[in-house]
Write a protein that binds this ligand. Structure first.
Ligand SMILES: *[C@@H]1O[C@H](CO)[C@@H](O)[C@H](O)[C@H]1NC(C)=O
Ligand SMILES: *[C@@H]1O[C@H](CO)[C@@H](O)[C@H](O)[C@H]1NC(C)=O
Ligand SMILES: *[C@@H]1O[C@H](CO)[C@@H](O)[C@H](O)[C@H]1NC(C)=O
Ligand SMILES: *[C@@H]1O[C@H](CO)[C@@H](O)[C@H](O)[C@H]1NC(C)=O
Length: 228
């Protein structure tokens, strides 16, 4: 019994120790456009319009990444976070960001944003006008590990694992070309305003998005929250 446990522990640490970057990571190149689930959330044209700090909402939630051969990435993400104590208070977020990625020798990926990313947050249970707002999004993302598998039915499938080991929804390759907006700063984020909403969310907004936020917040309720 003790031996079995020990060998299990050894096997587990061998798996961890093996995760340096190598050919088993990518049976095909990571370069291209990837999208999860029903593949409605796709980076590039048709998702975010940074000049307007706006989004075209996809039909269904999901996540998409594009990676170029010259080290640029773009993220598109649309998701809902449940609130355990109030199941009806689902918070929806739509995120767009782009910047530089590095495939590290230890098998991790680091995504360093260019600083012009933004997200829209919609929380239907918030009682004030800040239930729908846009804020800057400039989070550096670390994926501790990644793998690409080839599936017979759907072709290459990319798995990314977050810093805590939790997996991102598997993504399928839409194209070998990276679908992305121009690889440069696309939005001026110089002027920011920090506000705290009644539910404790802190938002850092540009003056432009602050104006839009008031307009966007006009229609209240589920009709505005569910975009389809
Ligand atoms: C795996 O990725 C590395 C780094 O991008 C690249 O040099 C290599 O050619 C890739 N392998 C395949 C099979 O595409
Ligand atoms: C859940 O919703 C309640 C009511 O709106 C709110 O007070 C609480 O902060 C929310 N919790 C999370 C984790 O969002
Ligand atoms: C790889 O290196 C980066 C940067 O030092 C670090 O943050 C990450 O945790 C490392 N990954 C693993 C699997 O050790
Ligand atoms: C965005 O994050 C990157 C990486 O941490 C940082 O270098 C850059 O200054 C940030 N940009 C803004 C506008 O905050």
């Amino acid at each position: 019994m003790r031996n079995t446990l020990l060998s299990l522990v050894l096997a587990a640490s061998a798996v961890l120790a093996q995760s340096s970057f190598g050919p088993d990571h990518n049976t095909t190149s990571i370069i291209g456009t990837w999208s999860s689930g029903t593949q409605q959330v796709v980076p590039g044209q048709g998702f975010a319009n940074p000049a307007q700090t706006s989004f075209t909402y996809p039909k269904t939630p999901g996540v998409g990444y594009a990676f170029s051969d010259d080290g640029w990435y773009e993220l598109a993400r649309y998701r809902f976070a449940a609130n355990g104590s109030h199941p009806e208070c689902i918070i929806g977020t739509v995120v767009w960001a782009h910047g530089h990625y590095d495939l590290l020798q230890n098998g991790s990926i680091v995504l360093t944003p260019a600083g012009d990313g933004y997200q829209q947050v919609q929380s239907p249970c918030t009682k004030d006008h800040d239930s729908n707002f846009i804020q800057n999004y400039n989070d550096t993302e670390l994926f501790i590990d990644w793998r690409i598998f080839n599936t017979v039915a759907f072709g290459p499938k990319l798995h990314l694992f977050q810093y805590d080991g939790s997996p991102v929804a598997p993504m399928f390759r839409l194209s070998e070309q990276p679908n992305m907006l121009p690889k440069q700063k696309l939005r001026n984020v110089a002027q920011t305003v920090v506000t705290t909403t009644s539910d404790g969310l802190v938002s850092t907004e540009t003056l432009v998005s602050r104006k839009r936020e008031r307009r966007a917040a006009e229609p209240r309720g589920w009709g505005a929250f569910w975009p389809w």
